[in-house]
Design a binder for this molecule. Structure first.
Ligand SMILES: Nc1ncnc2c1ncn2[C@@H]1O[C@H](COP(=O)(O)OP(=O)(O)O)[C@@H](O)[C@H]1O
Ligand SMILES: [Mg+2]
Length: 556
């Protein structure tokens, strides 16, 4: 039972609050408990005041008591709200940190394409955008409010023990039962059905089409603006309808709840009235018990249930993704192998009896054999979708084959250190990345001397493109954007620069004078003896032509 509780997203959510910021979480809980007990304390203070009036005693003490509790009741909520917003932000940041780490850390890329992980990835990636639920800072405030009322109800119930042992059990039990009776109404269990997922995906896609600059041309040229909006509206409406259907209050459980709660309250107030009439309780006690009996209603099913479900879902998703992604993006021996790939291959690269399928897909390569002699150029030509890019990706060790191997001078690729091997290969992919960085960092993301960067740009036919410091994105000071062809040349220069950094048999590299690499990326070692690299342009005619003319050592 405890294990099942610990496996629940809600449990994990509260654990993550503490991990995100232990001190803030402790303050949040402290304020929460204090706010929770205040309504019961206020009822007691009122009882004391009524008792003093009735007994003709001094009112100074009871009035001060009432005043202090009243002021706390007014002052604490806004403070708690600010704490909640802060804690929500920290929690969102903690989750995003874990998610980015889980996405970036695995040496392979299979985890980002595994259909089994996509739902969790979508939930974890978009939870704070406010598209499918409130952002975390608002959720945490909702949850605080819900827990305060829950504690308030429990504290009120505890006071009723002073009246009769059965009173808190009957009243508290009845209000608590609403959580069980109405449970279906709060949790959107079906959020992962195919229909919900498809509607969410379609709506997100239509939204992106509408707001991203890239599709703006075709959207206008082909008259798709109306279609995009209709699609977005239709899918969002469907999504809301499904959510409403899944979480609306249902008639029967509501009826049962009313009967139960009504019966319990009638029983209690009947008893209290009797006791008051027959002198069993004083007026002051009657005031306290009546007020706390009303206070027990705060236990009832309500906002907490809704808010907690939505906020706990991304926590569960991120915590599941961490091990899931680590496994799906792992490469054989990636952490343990330290065999350097320097100078490899001297003889050949061989695809031996290699079979490969993408996660959840059918085989792309089936017992594939190919030997590429070192120092040769090779063009691989084939139909679209035949698996050419897949070969390049396997050679870059972005995936491991399911069977067979890539051998470098007879050594299985998986025996080399991944980093060391990746320093030996380079590629221009069709969907190369346009870094929002300077031209220099676009050509040499891991750093390189400026002469090398300039040389690579010149070889790629992009000598006078822009100053090396110019940021290749609009929206930055002095930033600019490039034409499609110019971008291709930059991507090509990136590959040629990498060739330069590892090429030139037995040439010692000079110390790097380039600016520090972005995002702390490791700079390539600045003085080691290196020999030819394999450059593998895949894709555009431009990149193929330029790359093969640049070095005679390329495969494509
Ligand atoms: N990331 C991926 N996930 C699943 N399937 C993929 C992925 N990339 C490519 N494929 C599939 O693998 C096959 C080979 O793709 P690819 O190697 O890119 O072909 P090409 O020869 O045109 O470069 C295609 O059928 C494609 O649909
Ligand atoms: Mg391709």
């Amino acid at each position: 039972m405890l294990r099942r509780l610990r496996e629940r997203n809600e449990w994990k959510f509260f654990g993550v609050l503490t991990k995100a910021d232990p001190r803030l979480a402790a303050t949040w809980w402290g304020a929460l408990v204090l706010r929770g007990v205040l309504p019961a304390v206020f009822a007691i203070a009122m009882g004391a005041l009524v008792g003093a009036v009735q007994g003709g005693r001094s009112l100074a003490g009871p009035l001060t008591f009432v005043a202090i509790v009243f002021i706390l009741l007014q002052v604490l909520p806004p403070i708690h709200q600010a704490i909640s917003a802060n804690l929500g932000d920290r929690t969102a940041a903690w989750l995003y940190d874990r998610l980015t780490e889980a996405c970036v850390h695995p040496p392979g890329i299979g985890h980002l394409e595994d259909p089994k992980l996509t739902t969790d990835l979508t939930v974890a990636r978009d939870f704070d955008l406010g598209m499918t639920g409130p952002p975390m800072q608002i959720s945490v405030d909702f949850i605080a409010g819900g827990l305060v009322t829950m504690f308030g109800g429990l504290a009120s119930a505890a006071v009723l023990f002073a009246y009769a042992w059965w009173a808190p059990i009957v009243l508290g039990g009845a209000w608590l039962a609403t959580h069980w009776l109405l449970r279906e109404s709060a949790v959107w269990r079906d959020r992962n059905t195919d229909e919900v997922r498809a509607a969410q995906r379609d709506a997100d896609y239509a939204y992106r089409l509408a707001v991203d600059p890239a599709p703006a041309k075709e959207l206008r040229l082909f008259g798709l603006a109306g279609w995009t909006i209709d699609r977005f509206v239709a899918r969002r409406t469907r999504l809301h309808a499904l959510q409403y259907e899944a979480t609306r209050l249902r008639e029967k459980p509501v009826l049962w709840s009313l009967l139960l709660v009504g019966g319990a309250n009638v029983a209690f107030f009947w008893s209290l009235a009797n006791a008051a009439v027959h002198g069993g309780v004083s007026l002051a006690q009657a005031v306290v018990f009546a007020q706390t009996a009303v206070g027990v209603s705060m236990i009832a099913f309500g906002g907490l249930n809704w808010a907690l479900d939505g906020a706990a879902a991304p926590v569960g998703a991120v915590l599941r993704l961490e091990p899931g992604m680590a496994a799906a993006g792992a490469l054989r021996g990636a952490d343990s192998q330290s065999r350097p790939a320097d100078g490899q291959p001297a003889r050949e690269i061989r695809f031996r009896d290699l079979s490969f399928a993408y996660p959840g897909g059918s085989p792309v390569l089936d017992r594939f054999d190919l030997t590429i002699p070192a120092g040769s150029s090779l063009a691989i030509v084939g139909q679209n979708g035949a698996g050419k890019t897949t070969l390049a990706k396997l050679l870059c060790r972005l995936y491991d084959p399911q069977s067979g191997a890539i051998e470098v001078d007879g050594v299985d690729l998986s025996e080399f250190s991944v980093r060391s091997w990746r320093d030996r290969v380079t590629a221009v992919f069709q969907d190369f990345t346009r870094f929002e960085l300077s031209l220099r960092d676009n050509v040499a993301p891991a750093g390189a001397p400026d002469e090398v960067v300039r040389g690579a740009l010149a070889s790629a036919g992009a000598a006078n493109l822009a100053d090396l410091d110019t940021v290749l994105a609009r929206g930055y000071a002095g930033g600019t954007d490039l034409s499609g062809g110019q971008w291709q040349r930059v991507a090509l220069a990136r590959a040629l620069c990498a060739v330069q950094l590892g090429a030139g048999c037995a040439v010692k590299r000079r110390s790097s004078t380039a600016s520090s690499p972005p995002h702390g990326a490791a700079r390539r070692s600045s003085s080691r003896t290196v020999s030819p690299r394999f450059a593998m342009p895949t894709g555009s005619a431009c990149s193929r032509r330029a790359a093969s003319s640049s070095s005679g050592r390329t495969t494509s």
